[in-house]
Design a binder for this molecule. Structure first.
Ligand SMILES: [Zn+2]
Length: 124
């Protein structure tokens, strides 16, 4: 582990974000294709016996969960890139204080500093 810089390197973070965004978009494409292929496969096969149908339902649900998670991740990364473009990335939405660079390294899409995030979480 390298020491966390006091000052956030936005250029570096931008590169990281763009890289993660592209990776996630590629994963989402792969997973969407796998899901579509799977759905075609079930469709072609027609209704099997009930055990098969049960497996098919759970596997379909699993595909759905994976694509939904990737889509959510992609949205977050997209938001972070927008915020980077606007110059608001790394600033807490609630108190306007800088979000610690260490936090942004782990969660580049973080929109709140740690104390504000815990307050926001408690309100939910
Ligand atoms: Zn804050």
């Amino acid at each position: 582990m390298t020491a966390v810089a006091d000052h956030l390197d936005l250029t570096q973070l931008g590169v990281l974000l763009r890289q993660r965004y592209d990776e996630t978009a590629a994963q989402l494409r792969t997973e969407t294709e796998a899901e579509a292929a799977w759905l075609r496969h079930i469709h072609d096969q027609g209704p099997g016996d009930s055990a098969d149908a049960g497996n098919a339902v759970s596997e379909t649900a699993e595909h759905g969960l994976v694509t939904a998670a990737l889509q959510e991740q992609l949205n977050r990364l997209g938001d972070a890139l927008t915020r980077l473009g606007e110059g608001t990335l790394g600033t807490c939405d609630r108190c306007g204080e800088p979000v610690p660079p260490g936090r942004l390294e782990v969660m580049p899409w973080a929109t709140h500093c740690v104390p504000c995030q815990s307050r926001v979480d408690r309100r939910r």
